[in-house]
Design a protein around this ligand. Structure first.
Ligand SMILES: NC(=O)C1=CN([C@@H]2O[C@H](COP(=O)(O)OP(=O)(O)OC[C@H]3O[C@@H](n4cnc5c(N)ncnc54)[C@H](OP(=O)(O)O)[C@@H]3O)[C@@H](O)[C@H]2O)C=CC1
Ligand SMILES: O=C(O)C1=N[C@H](C(=O)O)C[C@H](O)C1
Length: 238
């Protein structure tokens, strides 16, 4: 498979390594220094584009890629309020798109656990729910996209939590997400239910970026010849 990497930073490089191991070819690499090479002609060489740039650049890149007609996998976080606009564009161009706030298989299993644990805990009102995420100091957005997904899953089960809040004292109808930035931590997410008597926590700890990169490669292989909007649940059959 011929892959265009849009974003060639920590994730772009991790994806390149896994893609080469899986016998794919990288036909285009775009970073902040050669954005003028993000053209329809250059994208014709690729079977799929994998976009990991960041919160401020993702949406414009994704709109272009969809208009160029290339299937797109994106993991950029911090732009999701514009997803409805992108979805319209995907529909208008009969495009192919797969987004995940976290591509690792472990985190996608963790998402399923998170939903199940929330359902178990909700009847037990002594336990107060909260979330924590820890990432490296280069991370631009807070809370992490993964933490937002976890919070939204909890909110589905706890409709009394009207919104999530980040790093402030929460009101009774707010769900707290604590964000910490420490060294080179690849990504740690915890959901905790805390009572006066005891705490129950589930944690996913990424040891490196290989899991995110492998998930993105699997997603690209899955989407290559499909049309529509997909998620990691489709890829992993969850
Ligand atoms: N969904 C998931 O599983 C995961 C998602 N992420 C998310 O992916 C995003 C990127 O993370 P990460 O790789 O760590 O970040 P980095 O900062 O390491 O890399 C970002 C890359 O994007 C490039 N870039 C900046 N602006 C543009 C632009 N306009 N067009 C093309 N490329 C551009 C940068 O170029 P330059 O180096 O020249 O500045 C750099 O190569 C973040 O939003 C992060 O949260 C991260 C890990 C997993
Ligand atoms: O920026 C990162 O590094 C990561 N970003 C994603 C997020 O915001 O959830 C996924 C992963 O935790 C690493």
């Amino acid at each position: 498979m011929k892959i265009a990497l849009i974003g060639y930073g920590k994730m772009g490089k991790a994806i390149e390594a896994i893609a080469l191991e899986r016998q794919h070819e990288i036909v285009l690499k775009i970073d902040a220094h050669n954005t003028d090479e993000l053209t329809a002609d250059n994208l014709k060489k690729a079977d799929v584009a994998i976009e990991f740039t960041g919160p401020h650049t993702a949406f414009d890149n994704l709109i272009k890629l969809i208009r160029f007609g290339v299937p797109v996998v994106s993991g950029s976080t911090g732009w999701l309020e514009r997803m409805p606009e992108l979805q319209q564009e995907i529909k208008a161009h009969n495009g192919s798109f797969l987004y995940a706030s976290n591509f690792s298989i472990g985190v996608n299993l963790f998402f399923e656990l998170n939903k199940k644990l929330a359902a178990l805990m909700h009847p037990h009102s002594d336990y107060k729910v909260s979330l924590e995420e820890i990432h490296h100091t280069e991370k631009r957005d807070a809370p992490s996209g993964t933490a937002i997904t976890l919070a939204e899953q909890v909110q589905e089960v706890y409709p009394e939590k009207k919104k999530w809040v980040n790093d402030v004292l929460p009101a009774a109808d707010e769900l707290l997400i604590v964000s910490k930035r420490i060294g080179t931590v690849p990504g740690t997410h915890t959901t905790t239910y805390s009572s006066e008597i005891d705490d129950i926590s589930i944690t996913h700890t990424a040891h490196n970026r290989k899991g995110f990169a492998l998930g993105a490669a699997l997603a690209a292989e899955y989407i290559k010849d499909k049309k529509g909007v997909f998620t990691m649940k489709d890829v992993l059959g969850l």
